[in-house]
Design a protein around this ligand. Sequence first.
Ligand SMILES: Nc1ncnc2c1ncn2[C@@H]1O[C@H](COP(=O)(O)OP(=O)(O)OP(=O)(O)O)[C@@H](O)[C@H]1O
Length: 234
Amino acid sequence: MDNPIVIDARDVTLRLGDGDAAVDVLRGLNLAITAGERVAILGPSGSGKSSAMAILSGMERATSGRVTIAGADFSRLDEDGLARARRGRIGIVLQAFHLIPTMTALENVAVPLELAGEANPQARARAELEAVGLGHRLTHYPTQLSGGEQQRVAIARALVGRPALIFADEPTGNLDAATGETIVQLLFGRLAETGATLVLITHDADLARRCNRVITMRDGLIVSDQTTLQTAAE
Ligand SMILES: Nc1ncnc2c1ncn2[C@@H]1O[C@H](COP(=O)(O)OP(=O)(O)OP(=O)(O)O)[C@@H](O)[C@H]1O
């Protein structure tokens, strides 16, 4: 059987600003992504990558068009509905980690489970941190962790609720090359273990090539969509 479609975007547009200041940031995005794919979205600054991610991850509503994510029609939901729909479906890893500074690593990772009212948040958060090699840093605060360690916590937080989809926006952008490589390997390893689908936003063509599909955006449109020969093991 074919893998299910986890992202189905049809004719998605995004217009920001009013009147003369209005900008057509997305000008008709069509995209279908199936479960287990690792998709890079590449493109120059201002091409609309982050805006596409904001819509596909339910952080922002499209101006027009239809977005279905893991079975939920995001285009019909209001802000509260989007927040609920994101929970359990979507995990996000950002360049600047975005951990909560007043919470320990363990508490940060438990947050999505607590918000979702799930059982045993602390025990599951601990297991997830152990899976990213941070079992010895459970009670450390973000400022007590290196950049690479903070990104491991962010990966654990993104995956702990077992979402169908992970969005990563320049996940190695704040890390040196060696640490970035370790983080990419860790992220891809955890994706293979959990079965989550990846959408990776990047400027970095080398990083994009690690994915099995590379989409290039320019001026609010997809201008190329190529499947590569990468396999899940790489
Ligand atoms: N609130 C806004 N009002 C008007 N235009 C906006 C607004 N936010 C973003 N834009 C414009 O939308 C376009 C796409 O921005 P977006 O951040 O999605 O691009 P990007 O490809 O992710 O760029 P980068 O790689 O630099 O992050 C840019 O031209 C930007 O100036």
